[in-house]
Design a binder for this molecule. Structure first.
Ligand SMILES: [Zn+2]
Length: 494
């Protein structure tokens, strides 16, 4: 045969081989069900005892994730300990005593008052009423050495959850103005006092606070009958006595697992997309004595998400996208998004180089034709996510239960608050109904109850979505008018 023809045949053979190689490298061909199932069977096994934050079993899960990161050839970040970012938390006991005396009244812990945060205190000091305690309410006021009394929440918004966030801002400002304590009058019809007590007067885990500044105590006073405002307002200037006892703090050493993969495009590789999933769960039910199953295996929450993250690590290690990818497995999510809070307060790559956070977490699923993306319609990555899901025959749909405020209850919110466009990818959920509640934070959330055909598709959709976003020409942005849009503009200076 003629030499040229031979060369041509060789060339076509090469082309064919090349296109075969390319098609072999689709997400669908790289991510396989046996591997997906194996990850979940390990992470959600009884041996890991529900992966409670602070437990030795959670560290085994961390080691497992790190081993796969290493095996896939991902890079540790220089400043980490191998693939680990130590996260120092502490466990805080409940208060044994607290009282507030004013005029003839003496308010008692639990019955009338709760101490939300702050250090111990024992002082008699004048009271000042500051309306809602908003910056405009505090302006020009002399708070020095005084106990500030305020209405809970903000004008027009006394939802307990937003009131809780508002409290932190008030606490900060009143501290700066020299106030001794903040007392807020609790008047929510949505969450009755007894339920609030059960939730807030329990042992809590928090991120360690290194600032030596003393934190002023924040007290919520039960004002269900709306009579205390008049009492404090009419008697402003008179003295109250506040006693807040000590809480016992126990350090908890835990860690985020972190790895990096450099992007393939020299022009885009200094931008990062963060892929994240929490790997902790809620441990073992201490009340379940004599019961056969006391382990919260957390197969859905969040062995599935952790497996999606490991699937992305596997795929990208051989198929790096244009942008760099930071893989984050968070600790302490179930204790209040603590691992992601710690990471975003102590980032390992500059936060303004992080263009997107694709988080994966979920309570469960009740629709195997879908993936639910909390925040789908809120960023310009929507099309990239929808088309990625279509590739594996799943429909990406937005949050069906906005009233549950899931966006602000997942690790993605810690990125969003800083301005990073961030969404949470979750298994298909058409409502927050009985099929979800059957497994959500229950011992029944076990491997045997999973549909692995669906879980495999879910992991593929996640990896494909990550790939599409990491390859977008323009970095994603918040949609106009989103509540985090302004933070985004500040973060990126655009
Ligand atoms: Zn979760």
């Amino acid at each position: 045969m003629h030499k040229f023809t031979l060369t041509l045949i060789g060339f076509f053979a090469y082309l064919t081989a090349f296109s075969q190689a390319a098609s072999e490298n689709t997400v669908s061909s790289v991510i396989d069900q046996p591997q997906v199932e194996a990850h979940i069977r390990f992470l959600a096994s009884d041996a890991l005892k529900g992966r409670d934050t602070g437990s030795p079993e959670l560290n085994i899960a961390a080691q497992y994730i790190a081993s796969y990161f290493q095996g896939y050839g991902l890079q540790p970040i220089d400043s980490t300990d191998g693939y680990f970012q130590p996260v120092d938390l502490f466990k805080e006991s409940t208060l044994s005593s607290a009282t507030l005396s004013f005029k003839e009244k003496e308010f008692q812990l639990i019955e009338d008052m709760l101490v939300l945060s702050g250090d111990s205190l024992s002082e008699e000091a004048p009271v000042i009423f500051v309306n809602y305690g908003m910056p405009e309410d505090l302006k020009g006021k002399d708070l020095d050495g005084k106990i500030a009394v305020a209405l809970m929440g903000r004008p027009g918004d006394t939802n307990p959850q937003s009131a809780f966030f508002a409290t932190a801002e008030k606490q900060q400002q009143i501290t700066e103005m020299g106030g001794l304590a903040l007392v807020e009058l609790y008047r929510s019809a949505q969450v009755p006092w007894s339920l609030l007590v059960r939730y807030l007067n329990s042992e809590q885990m928090k991120v360690g606070d290194e600032s030596p500044q003393k934190k002023l105590p924040v007290v919520w006073l039960n004002d269900g009958q709306s009579i205390l405002k008049d009492l404090f307002e009419e008697n402003a200037g008179k003295s109250a006595t506040l006693n807040v006892g000590n809480k016992v703090r126990q350090p908890i050493n835990t860690k985020n697992v972190v790895a990096m993969l450099e992007g393939a495009d020299p022009n885009l590789r200094d931008e990062y997309i963060v892929l994240s999933a929490h790997y902790d769960h809620i441990g073992v039910n201490p009340q379940a004595t004599g019961v056969e199953d006391s382990i919260y295996n957390g197969a859905r929450d969040n062995a599935i998400g952790t497996t999606a993250l490991l699937s992305a690590a596997k795929y990208f290690s051989d198929n790096p996208p244009h942008r760099s990818v930071l893989f984050l497995a968070f600790t302490g999510e179930e204790k209040g998004l603590l691992g992601s809070q710690y990471y975003t307060q102590n980032p390992l790559v500059p936060m303004n180089k992080v263009v997107f956070n694709l988080n994966t977490d979920g309570a469960g699923y009740n629709d195997t034709t879908k993936v639910t993306v909390i925040g789908l319609e809120r960023t310009s990555a929507q099309t990239a996510i929808v088309s990625a899901s279509e590739l594996v025959s799943l429909e990406a749909v937005p949050d069906p239960v906005p009233e549950q405020n899931l966006f602000d209850r997942s690790d993605n919110v810690n990125f969003a608050k800083l301005g990073v466009p961030a969404v949470t990818f979750a298994p298909g959920m058409s409502d927050f109904g009985p099929e979800i509640m059957k497994y959500y934070h229950q011992v029944t959330d076990e491997v045997a109850s999973l549909n692995f055909n669906y879980v495999e598709q879910y992991c593929k959709a996640f990896v494909q979505a990550a790939n599409n976003i990491a390859n977008m020409d323009q970095a994603p942005t918040w949609q106009e008018g989103d509540k985090y849009e302004e933070a985004g503009k500040q973060l990126y200076g655009r």
